[in-house]
Design a protein around this ligand. Structure first.
Ligand code: NAP
Length: 410
């Protein structure tokens, strides 16, 4: 963008829903502050919704485009048109970036304009900026955290009240923490899209949504959370992107944490992201991961960076293979027959698969006998084989249940 201090910066706004409305208000409210900080005053030059505005005309009379429509169609085409026309773009659209990031970044590079997207991951937490700028040349080993507020609210409520998943989900919907169709959030798909974006940034490599394996929270039982309390563990839906065995692993899964872990106290609809690297040890940032005003605030931050003329961030590219089989520690829940020797049989099966037990809780009797244990880190494929072998035992009254655990105690 040319620097003409006296001229306002004209912002074309695509989408005026929850975030777009808050953004339009914030631009009006903070215009003086933006002008004081950058020398230029922002103003809206047009708005596109399903019932108002013309995309071509808005582009024509804008210096910068803010995309807050969501979805990939027509957002992808409109963003590409804007970039090709030399207009920087700010978006909060994680699906668009997770599915079409490569194409969009390539177009932005060719056009020499910025594509900023702080609000697409963990809304107001400045994780994108931190990875791109503060840690831009740091060899990041791992970026992980709680990147979905809906599921964190549900898990926190289940742990606090002992209520079942369905009951708590209905409460989350009443309170506006879950959408009428919550499937993207509770299945882990929303977190997977955010982890694809974070992995790309952290490791400077191409990661598409299809390469992120994810598991949600729909199968979590109140029992799991009750035993977790006894074992002093808290349950979170984690997104994890890490370097492993010369490649990377990007996954989303429910996971138990020991007390003292920086993510353990994050309750309710909050997000928190940790970055680990030898040069920085670890950094944790937490805050609201959604909300109209909070997301709009992150969008405005990107707009200010563009107006201030911060240099575009160009990606460097390396090829890193996805590592399929990694090591994890696990919580294992078994409903067992109340017979002598059952614990020994279970221990033998685990031993045969070279899995060692860290802690065991034995509860109930007769029809209610249960074994709950945490096993030390082992290859996930080996653990899956052990679970399959346990499932074939006559001593089990139902299928084994398992959840990953971060074993590191703080
Ligand atoms: N809500 C949050 O807390 C949050 C947090 C982080 C990121 N985000 C992201 O921010 C973006 C916007 O979210 P939101 O919650 O504000 O969405 P929203 O309330 O559903 O608003 C979407 C807006 O885009 C417009 N739109 C959608 N499809 C369109 C089309 N084909 N043509 C023209 N206009 C269209 C809608 O127009 P109509 O008004 O005519 O329907 C509406 O104004 C999404 O990418 C979302 O993932 C949201």
């Amino acid at each position: 963008m040319s620097s003409e201090p006296s001229k306002p910066v004209r912002i074309g706004l695509l989408g005026r829903g929850t975030v777009g409305t808050a953004f339009a208000e914030l631009v009006a409210e903070r215009a003086d502050a933006v002008e004081a900080a950058t020398g230029r005053r922002p103003e809206l030059s047009g708005v596109l919704t399903r019932s108002e505005g013309d995309a071509g005309e808005i582009l024509e009379r804008s210096d910068l485009i803010v995309e807050l429509m969501g979805g990939t169609d027509p957002a992808r085409e409109l963003v590409i048109d804007a970039l090709r026309a030399g207009r920087p773009v700010v978006t909060a659209n994680k699906q668009l970036l997770a599915q079409h990031g490569d194409e969009l970044f390539a177009v932005a590079r060719e056009a020499g304009v910025q594509l900023r997207f702080e609000a697409a991951v963990a809304a107001v937490i400045p994780i994108v900026r931190t990875i791109q700028e503060s840690f831009g040349v740091t060899e990041i080993s791992k970026v992980f955290g709680i990147v979905n507020g809906t599921t964190n609210f549900i898990l926190s409520e289940m742990a606090a009240t002992g209520a079942g998943y369905g009951e708590v989900l209905a409460r989350a919907q009443e309170l506006g923490y879950a959408e009428a169709d919550p499937s993207d959030d509770v299945s882990g798909a929303d977190a997977a899209a955010k982890m694809a974006i974070l992995a790309r940034l952290a490791f400077h490599t191409q990661v598409t949504l299809a390469e992120v394996s994810y598991q949600g929270i729909e199968e979590i039982q109140p029992d799991d959370l009750a035993y977790a309390k006894e074992l002093n563990l808290s349950l979170k839906l984690l997104g994890v992107a890490e370097r492993r065995d010369g490649g990377i692993s990007v996954r989303v899964f429910p996971c138990f944490l020991y007390p003292g872990h920086p993510l353990a106290p994050i309750e309710g609809p909050f997000n928190a992201v940790m970055v680990e690297a030898p040069a920085i040890t670890e950094v944790t940032m937490s805050g609201p991961g959604a909300g109209g005003l909070q997301t709009a605030s992150a969008v405005l931050g990107d707009v200010v960076s563009i107006i201030a003329g911060d240099a575009p961030v160009h990606e460097t590219r390396v090829e890193l293979p996805l590592v399929a089989d990694v090591t994890s520690s696990f919580y294992l829940y078994l409903e067992v027959a109340d017979r002598p020797g059952v614990l020994a049989t279970v221990a033998t099966v685990l031993g045969d698969h070279e899995i060692s037990v860290k802690s065991v809780v034995q509860r109930g009797a007769g029809e209610d006998a249960r074994l709950v244990m945490v096993v030390h880190e082992c290859l996930e494929s080996r653990f899956a084989a052990a679970v399959e072998a346990l499932g074939e035992l006559d001593d089990l009254r139902s299928a084994p249940r398992s959840i990953r655990v971060i074993e590191k105690e703080f």
